[in-house]
Design a protein around this ligand. Structure first.
Ligand code: FES
Length: 571
């Protein structure tokens, strides 16, 4: 197959001459016919999760050169969960666009996407589903665990636990400060099965990350070897024309959902998978097929926050090849892995099940680990991470206490004088994709008045998200969201809300005529004072069941789906 870059470099005219000269300023050794491999560099001082990528870039480039390709590194906006506000999710689609347009506009024959922190992987997966060139990920790796109170620190998850203790006065000032030092002392992605670790497994399932590399510890020899192998393999993928559309199939997406469920993974992965599937026109029916798949798989991997090990422990015990082997026939072995082998061949060589990787024969918890609910409060569905919830709250009915937005959440949940019953249902709204860019405000702290009485979990219902490292009984991604007129916006303090996860129901127990009266009086929240990208995002973003993609980029708008090459002429 002719190289795409030949369009830029192959002719004998002034345009191609200028192109060749421009390329040689960065790659003096480039020869005609060598595939040009773009390496999207997401390392940034603003994003400690992706910093290890910097040290891996030379290994990727070397692998590419040794396999006969020509590496070109270019920067890409880095989406760091910790420092980026209001939420990195607001910028996921922007980076997906940036990657797509970088491929479209430049003479790239393939793309290595360096990523790590959640949304850098999510944006890359969405871009991969869109571009017509081979794509491989090279990930920064799981953050080495610091020691905190004599046990390895699970980043994210242990911060939430510490916060629970801190709020009730159970954690000393010294421990609180030491926690900060521990969190700052290593680099890489969250090492519990948060969104980053979950999406790494998803990337493997979709054939855009080398098998067995998800979860490798950052700054390790394993991670460096994976970087070199990635460089080598991407050149082979150019020769084989192994583009993502060939590996991101319906079966691959379904495998990814099974793996998300089997590790008690991040609920965010479901949103990102919906967006990926949407780009390719694959089936992703949240309340139908996706729910059935999610509900069918038990927790087969004992990893935080649903279990006890860390992501790198899972990697050391075989990673996805072992997890997939443990799922047996449930995992479709005909799907193609990034190294070109069918997954059946990969799993055949996986190490025996050991440590945190248990398999279907000895699950950690029964199915479901994640489930979709729907009903009068969420007509288009919502998601519950069952594996990290309190079993007694999965079937629950209680009075609503409504919280509008982040400022109210901080003020009300920390108000010691608030008087709430233990069966309260917190409704945290105004956090959806249109309302706020869909931040991770969903895991609101248990109100202080209850925490001080020993209540450790309450049912929360939100149109926002929560971190993959979070836990608790939280119904997330309620659709439609309050800001676009969803029923969540009609809830008032004291209304009864009923959740029945086994039956897949989430209902607002308010009589129809009363709801109709409230709906007639409902008015759209005033538009925020925003411009630029946030304003564009608000205008075009879809709801969670559609992956929060932009309406003009997802598959049903077919005219936008086709990847149109640019005119190769004078600029
Ligand atoms: Fe970046 Fe968790 S905050 S991976």
């Amino acid at each position: 197959m002719p190289l795409r870059s030949t369009e830029w470099f192959g002719r004998d005219d002034e345009v191609a001459l200028l192109h060749r000269a421009a390329l040689r300023t960065a790659q003096p050794a480039w020869r005609p016919g060598q595939p040009i491999i773009g390496i999207a560099d997401s390392s940034s001082d603003l994003n400690g999760c992706n910093l290890p990528v910097r040290e891996l870039l030379p290994a990727v480039s070397e692998g590419i050169r040794n396999a006969g390709g020509s590496p070109l590194v270019f920067p890409v906006m880095s989406l760091g969960e910790d420092l980026m506000k209001p939420t990195a999710m607001l910028y996921r689609n922007l980076v997906a666009i940036e990657l797509e347009e970088s491929v479209r506009a430049y003479p790239l024959d393939a793309l290595v996407i360096t990523a790590g922190c959640d949304k850098t992987v999510a944006a890359g997966l969405i871009a991969a589903a869109t571009v017509p060139v081979p794509v491989l990920f090279m990930l920064s790796g799981s953050r080495p665990a610091a020691e905190f109170r004599a046990r390895p620190l699970a980043t994210g998850t242990d911060l939430w636990r510490a916060l629970d203790e801190r709020r009730t006065g159970a954690m000393s000032d010294a421990d609180w400060r030491r926690l900060e030092d521990c969190l700052a002392c290593t680099r890489g992605t969250c090492n519990s099965m948060g969104t980053a670790a979950t999406l790494a497994l998803v990337a493997e399932c979709l054939g855009v990350l080398l098998p067995g590399t998800a979860g490798a510890e950052a700054c390790s020899d394993v991670s460096a070897a994976a970087a070199y192998a990635t460089g080598q393999r991407i050149v082979g993928m150019v020769r084989e024309a192994q583009v993502p559309a060939r590996s991101i199939t319906q079966a691959a997406v379904d495998n990814a959902l099974r793996v998300v469920a089997s590790v008690g993974g991040s609920t965010n992965a479901v949103i990102h998978l919906a967006a990926v599937a949407g780009r390719l026109g694959l089936d992703f029916d949240l309340t139908g097929s996706a729910d059935r798949i999610l509900r069918s798989v038990p927790l087969t991997v004992d990893v935080e926050p649903a279990g006890s090990a860390l992501a790198q422990d899972v990697a050391r015990h075989g990673g996805l090849p072992a997890i997939a082997a443990g799922l047996g026939g449930v995992f479709d072995g005909e799907v193609v892995a990034a190294d070109g082998r069918p997954w059946a061949d990969v799993t055949a060589q996986a190490p025996a099940l050991a440590g945190p990787v248990r398999g279907l024969g000895r699950p950690v918890k029964p199915a479901p680990t994640m489930a979709v609910v729907r009903g009068s409060l969420a007509p288009h569905g919502a998601l519950v991470k069952v594996s990290a919830a309190s079993p007694d709250l999965l079937t629950h009915s209680g009075p609503a206490f409504v919280i509008d937005g982040y400022a109210q959440m901080r003020a009300l949940t920390d108000d010691p004088d608030l008087d709430l019953p233990a069966d309260v249902v917190l409704v945290i709204r105004g956090c959806g994709p249109v309302g706020a860019g869909m931040p991770e405000w969903g895991m609101a702290p248990v109100p202080l008045c209850l925490a001080r009485r020993g209540v450790s979990d309450v049912l929360r219902v939100t149109d926002g998200r929560m971190s993959g490292t979070s836990y608790g009984t939280v119904v997330l991604h309620v659709a439609p969201e309050a800001a676009v007129g969803g029923p969540l916006g009609l809830v008032r303090d004291g209304d009864r809300i009923s959740l029945d996860v086994p039956r897949g129901l989430l209902d607002l127990d308010v009589a129809g005529p009363e709801l109709a009266r409230r709906r007639a009086r409902w008015t759209e929240p005033p538009a925020p004072d925003i411009r630029g990208w946030p304003a564009m995002h608000r205008q075009h973003v879809l709801q969670a069941p559609q992956g929060c993609d932009l309406d003009f980029l997802t598959a049903p708008t077919a005219q936008h789906r086709r990847f149109v090459a640019p005119i190769i002429g004078r600029s």
